[in-house]
Design a protein. Sequence first.
Length: 357
Amino acid sequence: MSNENNLIITIQGGLGIISLDRTTHLNALSMSMIQGITTQLEHWSDMPEIQAVLINSNSPKAFCAGGDIRYLYDSYKAGDTQYQDYFAAEYVMLNSLRKYAKPVIVFLDGYVLGGGFGLAQACHIQVTSEKSRFAMPETAIGFFPDVGATHFLSRLDEIGIYLALTGEQISSSDALYLDLVDYHLPSERFPELQAALIAAPSLNHTEIRKIISAFITHPIASELKTLADHINKHFAYQDLHEIERSLAHETDSNDQNWADKTLHILKQRPLIAKQSSLKLQQVGQSLSLEKCMQLERDLQDIWFEQGDFIEGVRALIIDKDKNPQWQTDNSKFEKILEKLWPLWSKQSIEHMYNTGV
C-alpha cells in the first residue's frame, strides 16, 4: 500500500484500488491527485494481475466535492498558468478513465459534486448509496458545468438544463432514474461488495456486474421524477429570459411553490454563467462526447478573463462575504460568443476535428 498525492493505492486480488484521501477538503481534486490517478492508471495498464480498477473515497461525507477552486483562484491571481495546466491535466485524466482497457468501478457514498461528478461519469460502472448527493453547482460560483457535463447533462433534455442552470442537488434515487449511475446499494454493504470483488477469480465486465447484482436494493422513489413535468414545462424554452418569465408567471397551485423557489435560485446566479451554461446544453445535445469536452476546454481558457468565476470564489470562499458583484452587462456574453463562435456550430466543430485544425 502506498499513500501519496492524497491517494491511497492498494492491490487486492485482481483489483487495483485508488482511494481518494483528502478528507479535510471533502476530496476536492488537487493537481497532484489528478496527476496521480492518471499515472496510476498508466502503471497498471500493462500489469496482467490487475484485472479491474476501483475508485472510492476514505471520507465519510463525500466521494468528491469537486475541483480545487481555491488553487485555481490563487493561480490566476498570481498571474501564472497553473490554472490552465490544471484543466488540461483534469481532462487528460477523464479521457484516460473513459478509454481504459480494464473495467473501472466507482463507489459513490456521499457528495458527488462538480469535478467529482465528472470523475464518476468517466468511470465504466457506477455504484451509489442512499447517502449520495449529486450536483453540478458551478453557476453558483460564476462558472459553467464542465468535466463532460455538456454531454452527460444535455442528454437529459430539459432536466439537464435545469440541473446545469440551478446547480441543484439530486439524490441517488434521482441519479438512478436519470441513468447517471448503474447500481444502488446500502452504504454499509460497500465493504462486503468490495470483499466480493477482491475474492473473485475473474473481473471482466460481465462478472463484475454479476457480483454487484447480488447486492443491489431498490432505493426510495425519485423526487425528481415527480417534478419532471414541471421542469419540462418551464425549461423547454430556448431563451433564458423566457425560462425565467415562465417560472415567474406560473399560476398552477401545484407548481407555484416549486416555480418560485427555482426562480429565486436562478436570480442568484450570474447572468453570464447562466447564458453560457444554457448555450452549452443546447449545443451539446447534437455533439459527441469528445466534441463537448473540446468545447468546454476552449471556454475554460477564456473564462477567467470574461466570466465571473474569480468574483464568485472571492465572495464565497476567500472573503466569505457572500455578496458577489456579478456582471450584469449581457455584452460580455456576446464577447464570449464572438471568441467561440467558430465552435458553437456543429459544422465548425466537425470541420475542426476532421481537418485537425
